[in-house]
Design a protein around this ligand. Structure first.
Ligand code: UT7
Length: 337
């Protein structure tokens, strides 16, 4: 048996910064409302002509992670790419990343678990390494959400939250099984699938019918994200805590032994709620939603990278990744660094 060790981390966000104040130009909202309800102060959004797409941002983050790992693209054996905002309906962004990095004809797997995407992607990559199938895996979360948001007042409950960006992590095979990823928890509850969703386009809506439908219903907004915010919030605070306790229990640890929790950056109030539930000190949790908003599958690798860059993660630390989101899906990964 082997374990998976993190040997490289990288992040990339578009240059364009969008402060809360800018959003007041597009919709009825205020800096005060957004800060108070979400903790967000600004986010980064792609802009026309900057060349940023889901895969190109992933490539930028991946190159940093590769350099830090001391590896070349040819050393990567497999790619796991988490996103809810791929460039195309198909193929997924994973193959575009494989081509841009110049990796060999390695496998590229796309993970479609929205905010929990990176937690799922990490667990998948870890299994491939533990089994001995692959040695070096690139795990990526990348999102361009700004191009799909309803920026009118109608969409303000969703639009103010989301940001664009990418994070990358390189996992490698290690013989020391007392370290690396020690436990995972992965869950879903599809009965709430439509509480946080983009309903069209989709195969349930044949393209020919969609064109006709849009002609007859020009005000249709089913191509914009829909979120039952309050409902999602209430489930998130319960499921985050459950997933964290589950992985800690599997590893025989208690919350007091956690060195750093990297929660998916959904809403600062959710992170603070979870922190209180688990009795964690401020130095045991990492939040950066203030600067980036909710970057969905990219939020954990961006936060992990920043935490590592800031010296908040040291050899031997117990680090937790945890997420909840559309699906509903949720989960956690526990690592001994
Ligand atoms: O990452 C994946 C999972 N996603 C989440 O975990 C998000 C979970 N949900 C949330 O974070 C929060 O529910 C939101 C931040 C989305 C919304 O905050 P809230 O405190 O639940 O607000 P609300 O939806 O209950 O709305 C309260 C009021 C409403 O006005 P009325 O009906 O009380 O007059 C909204 O119309 O705030 C209004 N509102 C806004 N006002 C100013 C909603 N969005 C905005 C806005 N600016 N952007």
């Amino acid at each position: 048996m082997y374990s998976s060790k993190v040997i490289g981390l990288g992040k990339y966000v578009p240059e364009r910064t969008v402060p809360n104040e800018e959003l007041t130009r597009y919709m009825e909202t205020s800096d005060a409302w957004i800060r108070e309800r979400t903790g967000i102060e600004e986010r980064h959004w792609v802009e026309e002509g900057d060349g940023n797409t889901t895969s190109t941002m992933a490539a930028k983050a991946s190159k940093i992670a590769l350099e830090r790992a001391g590896l070349k693209p040819k050393d990567i054996d497999f790619i796991v790419f988490a996103t809810l905002s791929p460039e195309h309906y198909f193929p997924g962004s994973g193959v575009l990343l494989q081509e841009q990095l110049g990796c060999d004809t390695i496998g590229a797997l796309d993970v479609r678990n929205q905010c929990s995407g990176f937690v799922y992607a990490t667990a998948v990559a870890d299994q491939f390494i533990r089994s001995g199938m692959y040695k070096n895996i690139l795990v990526v979360g990348s999102e361009v959400q700004s191009t799909g948001l309803d920026l009118s007042t109608r969409g303000r409950g969703v639009a103010v939250i989301f940001g664009d960006g990418a994070g990358a992590m390189i996992l490698t095979r290690d013989k020391d099984t007392s370290r690396g990823y020690l436990a995972h928890s992965l869950h879903s509850e599809g009965k709430y699938a439509m509480e946080l969703a983009v309903k069209t386009p989709g195969s349930s809506f044949p393209s020919a019918k969609l064109v006709e439908f849009l002609k007859e219903n020009p005000e249709d907004i089913s191509h914009y994200p829909y979120m039952n915010g309050n409902f999602v919030f209430k489930h998130a605070v319960v499921r985050f805590q459950e997933a964290i306790v589950e992985v800690l229990t599997k590893a025989g640890l208690s919350p007091s032994e956690v060195d750093l929790l990297i929660p998916h950056q959904a809403n600062l109030r959710i992170s603070q709620f979870v922190q209180r539930q688990l009795g964690l000190r401020d130095d045991q949790i990492f939040n950066n939603i203030q600067k980036y908003g909710n970057t969905t599958a990219a939020s954990i690798p961006i936060a992990l990278t920043e935490a590592w860059e800031a010296g908040r993660i040291k050899e031997g630390d117990i680090v937790l990744q945890a997420a909840f989101g559309s699906g509903f899906t949720w989960g956690a990964n526990l690592i001994k660094w």
